[in-house]
Design a protein around this ligand. Structure first.
Ligand code: PLP
Length: 434
């Protein structure tokens, strides 16, 4: 099967227009479909588990705005909270009680968070957490893991889901060697490399930051041994352990991956679900660390729109629903059903593959072996994924437009929709050229 870009005329025209106006026609690069070719669907609106494009076509949405929409699009309680907030004013630049409510919700949910600061994106959260860790420890070096993405923070834009895992070599033009020079990049899940780095740089490492379950090289779970080793070695050395739970927070469990795996970091970064689909992120952790932040302490961090009342309303309503009606058992059952179905369909089609999943995050890797780190992910058959992606679009299923992005679903995805997705995969997989 050659790739048929199943895309409507209106979307094609909209992309032509957008390309003249915005770099690559988009406001965030993945949206341009560069990894799968063709041009992107332009969205008109979304409801529950569905996206509707401007050509009037309907798709089952397995991106959920890249994570936030765990309750589905336009959840009535979230829309009501946002509408109420808008009618009181869209921004004040002064404290509100609603911010304290959301802070209480986050602190109650996430084991490591005793104090929290609200920001506007996941990128701001990780950027600020690194600064605070450096300020609190008086150390400069940080450790990150190849294939882990933490937003477009200069010092973290190193081996961020692509490129070689080279020590301190930035991925992007414009990131100076100086900005990446204190960043040590290690292989994910590699306990020996971790121990060696701490031997070599004892007393110099401010923080270790990681995705506790990786979504940004496709779904790659951590080994329990790896998480335990991280906790032990950072505690011993006095380095701060940061879980970047922008993707996993409130998704894998109400308390995130740290609840699921029973390992409590010193700091946590949040985004996506915590803002209920509005621009909001957060970072938090031990009170003694967070009290380094201005004006309690001396580490500078600020924001005109931070704690924005409309975003806080969306986040607060979302967390309330997740607490009152936890979807996590349902998501696990549906995840199991989806993963088993897709795995079987790919096996029946004779395709080299592995399905990896934690809760409602999942990836079908076109790779015969388990993927535990970036080097292994990098060996996947990207062309096969592109073919699969477009064939599924043709079946009305909207998957991530890259082999290296996990899919997400939420509690609006019914069992019937999960089965429909498996059936679509069963139909298209045997025809892949690979
Ligand atoms: N950290 C992780 C784990 C992410 O997946 C992302 C975004 O996908 C970010 C940080 C950056 O968040 P944002 O895109 O809101 O800046």
């Amino acid at each position: 099967m050659s790739i048929h870009h199943a895309i409507g005329d209106k979307s094609v025209a909209a992309f032509d227009r957008a390309r003249k106006l915005m770099p690559g026609g988009v406001n965030s690069p993945a949206r341009a479909f560069g990894a799968v070719g063709g041009s992107p669907l332009f969205i008109d609106h979304a409801k529950g588990p569905y996206l509707f494009d401007i050509d009037g076509r309907q798709f089952v949405d397995y991106i959920g705005s890249w994570g936030p929409m765990i309750l589905g699009h336009q959840h009535p309680a979230v829309i009501e909270a946002v509408t109420k907030a808008v009618h009181r004013g869209t921004s004040y630049g002064a404290p509100t009680e609603a911010e304290s409510k959301l802070a209480e919700q986050v602190i109650e949910a996430v084991p490591s968070v005793e104090k929290v600061r609200l920001v506007n994106s996941g990128t701001e959260a990780t950027m600020s957490a690194i600064r605070v860790a450096r300020g609190a420890t008086g150390r400069n070096k940080i450790i990150k893991f190849s294939g882990n993405y933490h937003g477009h923070v200069d010092s973290l834009l190193v081996a961020a889901g692509s490129a070689a895992a080279t020590l301190g070599v930035p991925d992007s033009p414009g990131v100076t060697p100086g900005a990446g020079g204190d960043t040590i990049v290690l292989a994910y899940n590699d306990v020996n490399q971790l121990a060696a780095a701490f031997d070599q740089h004892a007393g110099e490492i401010a923080a270790v930051i990681l995705e506790p379950v990786v979504g940004n090289m496709g779904c790659v779970p951590p080994s329990q041994e790896f998480l335990n080793a991280l906790r032990t070695v950072t505690t011993k050395d006095g380095a701060i352990l940061i879980f970047d739970e922008v993707m996993t927070g409130f998704r894998l469990a109400f308390g995130g991956a740290q609840e699921l795996f029973g390992v409590t970091p010193d700091m946590t970064t949040l985004g996506k679900i915590v803002g209920g689909g509005m621009p909001l992120g957060a970072y938090g952790g031990r009170a003694d660390i967070m009290d380094n932040v201005l004006p309690a302490g001396k580490v500078f961090q600020a924001g005109t729109l931070s704690g924005n009342p409309v975003a806080v309303a969306a986040g607060s309503a979302t967390l309330q629903l997740l607490k009152d009606q936890p979807p996590y058992e349902y998501l696990e059952a549906m995840g199991e059903r989806l993963a088993t179905g897709i795995d079987q369909a790919a096996s029946d089609a004779g395709i080299d593959h592995v399905v990896q999943r934690v809760g409602s995050m999942m990836t079908l890797f076109f790779n015969p072996d388990l993927v535990t780190n970036w080097d292994q992910a990098d060996r996947c058959n990207r062309d096969a994924y592109a073919e699969y992606f477009w064939a599924m679009i043709g079946e009305g299923i909207y998957l991530p437009c890259s082999q290296f992005e996990a899919l997400f679903f939420g509690n609006a995805h019914t069992e019937a929709l999960i089965d429909q997705t498996v059936e679509a995969a069963r139909k298209v997989l045997p025809d892949l050229e690979r």
